[in-house]
Design a binder for this molecule. Structure first.
Ligand code: NAI
Length: 342
């Protein structure tokens, strides 16, 4: 009997390429998964008129776990972001993005080890907008005590469970005194329950400057939705770019694992996309479903392949290889049965 049923959303752009690579690697690792595959976004509109069919939500609610490729969101017009809808519909309130240096990926700084925790359901990113009168539009920033408190708890619980020492809340409460002020107040209230974990805060513009100047000073960053979106791309740039950073959207109804990057239309269909970010997300997923040994073996295989020749890495991380070359190299290591530490 297959051990795990998991919803698979390949997405579009480079999504189908990187998800196919990751599915192949999980198979090489011997993880028994029955995938329930669905289309979302423009592909789903073409098939049945709805970019996020109810059957997709039902599948994730049933399986509690999904692996998702990126989905293109039309700019300035068209359907609302599938990502935002999915996170809201399933109340996947915590977006977790571990950002760390990896071997042979040349960057400005070494030994970066940051955790970005992003509130996933509200703030300006919810896209609540309307036209007041022609030429005047309004975008609503909703911040609630409930959502701010639960994401702060998530960050501190994560810190406690993973031996992290400090959580830094990021805000603009000097200007948005009510909305960001409430986010910060909830953070400070929650922090009192965790006396062994240091709690401090930064104004978001200052944080960006400090991240670029001295990223190693930070441990866990806690941000509302829009700041989290922007800052996690910045932190990805510190460790090699969007091709390497994993993510997870976590809530009480389930978890959707996806890379930080988007559908990268500029390189789609060219065998150039780096599957590493989605593979790292899949490693997080394997840990989440209790496949610890497979997670460990794939993690070791990644380190080994990154440590080998440039022909096994994609061009975004200074390699000369393709999506397929990286995938084959990882599978070769897994088949040889390399074991290692996590
Ligand atoms: P993007 O992340 O797709 O691409 C930005 C740059 O990074 C491009 O030059 C691209 O080639 C490169 N890149 C990204 N992932 C890569 C990978 N795995 N390997 C190698 N290079 C990679 O961001 P962009 O262009 O702003 O967004 C494109 C579309 O993706 C938009 O429609 C956006 O809404 C959507 N998007 C979807 C997300 C999701 O589904 N979770 C997240 C972010 C954006």
């Amino acid at each position: 009997m297959v051990q795990h049923k998991i919803t698979l959303l390949p997405g579009d752009g480079i999504g189908p390429e990187v998800t196919a690579a990751v599915v192949a690697i999980l198979e090489c690792a011997g993880v028994e998964i029955e995938w329930e595959k669905y289309f979302v976004g423009s592909e789903a509109i073409a098939r049945n008129g709805d970019p996020l069919p109810q059957e997709v939500l039902d599948s994730i609610l049933r399986n509690k776990v999904a692996l998702k490729g990126p989905v293109t969101t039309p700019v300035g017009t068209g359907f609302a972001s599938i990502n935002v809808r999915l996170r809201k519909a399933l109340d996947l309130y915590a977006n977790l993005r571990p950002v760390y240096s990896m071997p042979n990926i040349k960057t400005r700084y070494e030994d970066i080890d940051l955790i970005v925790v992003r509130e996933n359901t509200e703030s300006l990113y919810a896209g609540l907008e309307h036209e007041v009168v022609p030429g005047v539009v309004e975008s609503l920033k909703i911040i609630t005590e409930k959502a701010s408190t639960r994401i702060a708890k998530f960050a501190f619980e994560y810190a406690r469970a993973h031996g992290r020492k400090r959580v830094t809340a990021v805000h603009k409460a000097n200007i948005m005194k009510l909305s960001d002020g409430l986010f910060l107040k909830c953070f400070r209230d929650v922090s009192r329950d965790y006396p062994n974990i240091e709690a401090d805060d930064r104004i978001v513009d200052n944080l960006c400057m400090q991240l670029v100047m001295d990223p190693n000073q930070f441990d866990i960053l806690l941000l509302e939705n829009l700041y989290g979106d922007i800052v996690s791309d910045l932190t990805a740039g510190l460790v090699g770019g969007l091709g390497v950073v994993a993510g997870a959207n976590i809530g009480l109804n389930g978890a959707v694992f996806e890379a930080v990057h988007g559908s990268a239309p500029d390189i789609a269909g060219q065998n150039k996309a780096n599957p590493l970010a989605l593979l790292q997300s899949a490693v997080m997923m394997l840990r989440h479903i209790g496949e610890l040994d497979a997670a460990k073996r794939i993690h070791s295989a990644i380190l080994k392949v990154l440590d080998s020749g440039p022909e096994h890495r994609t061009r975004d991380i200074a390699g000369t290889g393709t999506t397929a070359d990286f995938t084959t190299a990882i599978c070769d290591v897994l088949r040889r049965g390399t074991r290692g530490t996590d």
